[in-house]
Unconditional design. Structure first.
Length: 190
């Protein structure tokens, strides 16, 4: 499973670079108002090979789909039987809404190999959640500070010392593809 956080242009570049049948789902957390996240999901769905949609409460997570967190909610991932479902919350202890820390912390409770990606962005959201993911041996990628328009989030993530790869944006899609193949081979996980 891929967890992504970054500016709209960085997300568009990354998601549109992924192959159609990558075999894993992606959860996207973007700090923006709800009406913009739904429009972003629609626009990205047209531009990307994988399906892109705004996440809905209670829906089952499926491979080859990128779920955009609604701007007025926090997205948690919960395991129910053999399925992973999306749970949208109004409140979470964070100044950011939606909060990638909320998503990272919930993902750390799953029995899946996680690839987490921090892209350009302001603030330090995600740095707390990285610690939970690393306890479960997640693979963490951060965009390098040099290629980031807003340097706060990558800088904060890198400063934790828990990032496995620091790459310019144009190298991140291939790293994700290689890690997915390493973790899952050619099988779909959901």
């Amino acid at each position: 499973m891929g967890l992504l956080r970054g500016g709209p242009r960085a997300l568009e570049y990354l998601l549109s670079s992924l192959p159609e049948n990558i075999g894993v789902p992606f959860i996207v957390v973007q700090h923006m108002p709800q009406k913009f996240t739904s429009l972003m999901a629609e626009r990205l769905d047209i531009k990307c090979k994988i399906k892109v949609k705004e996440a809905e409460d209670g829906e089952v997570v499926r491979s080859d789909v990128a779920y955009i967190t609604p701007g007025d909610k926090h997205l948690l991932l919960v395991k129910e039987g053999n399925e992973v479902k999306i749970k949208l919350l109004e409140q979470f202890d964070s100044i950011y809404k939606p909060s990638i820390d909320a998503t990272f912390i919930s993902a750390s409770k799953l029995d899946s190999c996680i690839i987490a990606v921090i892209l350009t962005g302001m603030g330090s959201d995600g740095s707390k959640g990285i610690r939970f993911l690393k306890e479960k041996k997640a693979f963490i990628i951060s965009q390098d500070v040099e290629s980031s328009i807003a340097k706060g989030m990558p800088y904060s993530a890198i400063k934790t010392g828990l990032v496995d790869k620091i790459l310019p944006l144009d190298k991140i899609p291939q790293e994700i593809i290689e890690k997915v193949r390493e973790f899952y081979g050619n099988q779909s996980i959901y």
